[in-house]
Design a protein around this ligand. Sequence first.
Ligand SMILES: *Cc1c(COP(=O)(O)O)cnc(C)c1O
Ligand SMILES: [Zn+2]
Length: 442
Amino acid sequence: MEIQGKLIMTQAIATQNQSSTATFKNLKCKECGAEYELQASHVCELCFGPLEVKYDYSNLRRTITRESIASGPNSIWRYRQFLPVASENPIDVGTGMTPLVRSQRLARRLGLKNLYIKNDAVNMPTLSFKDRVVSVALTRAKELGFTTVSCASTGNLANSTAAIAAHAGLDCCVFIPADLEAGKIMGSLIYNPTLMAVEGNYDQVNRLCSEVANTHGWGFVNINLRPYYSEGSKTLGFEVAEQLGWKLPDHIVAPLASGSLFTKIYKGFNEFVEVGLVEDKPVRFSGAQAEGCSPIAKAFKEGRDFIQPVKPNTIAKSIAIGNPADGIYATEIAKKTNGNIESVTDAEIIEGMKLLAETEGIFTETAGGTTVAVLKKLVEAGKIDPDETTVVYITGNGLKTQEAVQGYIGEPLTIEAKLDSFERALERSRTLERLEWQQILV
Ligand SMILES: *Cc1c(COP(=O)(O)O)cnc(C)c1O
Ligand SMILES: [Zn+2]
């Protein structure tokens, strides 16, 4: 594996590759406003605040149209001008433009009239929304001259990084907590990266990776490349606006791990308003966490302006971040948009997975189960109006977290290859169903 040169070197390359028509201009500290060159760094040297990509949209406002976007690639790269990459040929593995499904049966079950499901359980190539952020991060990593890419992952990010690095011909070393689901581990190994299974939770993995980033000079998509990586999540805002017919929804419900996705959907909506692609209107932002790892929900409910880190203990491993980097920004957005941040138990998460599958035919992972369960909880508490156009974000695929539902779903009826064996089994299952109904009714 090739070791990367010093960061100073990558700065020079960054400046070189920056074409004059690019809209992204610099990195800016979210806390103190200090500005930095477009290098591989994510913390402010003055106040340790997080850095974010800033754009100059003054030209774009005049040139961008709904038609020019709609005639672009059928992937996140139709929004290239809103993403922090300079190259004309970004890594395009068909990520994005996932279905926005108008919900019928789930909506009716919950008593909602205008519910939509943004289905990133079928995002390409690795069946989670992380393919969006990684497509952007690795395109930028190549521009900055990195030849080895890496990440600290709760599972899905390692899958995406390994797959897209393989596609782009980059060396790849990814880090995960050792206790992940089998599907998440295999979902990385198949692409033949170096996979480090760390004995510890995500927050410990992340701390280790920060040290490796400093000593090895690799491109860590969610550490030193984080400002670029996180911008990829804006496409989940852009797509929903475009798919709703160039309109913003009234209310969105999305899962929270680090809080990044949530804050970037917000940024994406605002950028579309800024350049005149959609009309401005209030959008309520509600977030979902698992009770076994809910530091953002707790801070929101207690009205705190700081996050109290927790030790995760939940089946929703992909969103189990005990010390979420963007947690406070997520609480601010939920508060100022009149939204909510709610948490649900592991049992409710399993029910959420089953509910979405049984009503809509979508098999989501534990993170999606969390989001559906929180949606239900918010509706029942009167915190979502039945008439609001509500979009629920399903961010990952259930085939990767099969352990979560094992024992909670039925079993196949094994029969002989004979008609009477089939008929007897069918009769038995119908009787069972009737008994179950009677039990529910009494
Ligand atoms: C990573 C992840 C999230 C949340 O990501 P953040 O941007 O860190 O909040 C949500 N759902 C799934 C399936 C994920 O893998
Ligand atoms: Zn700062």
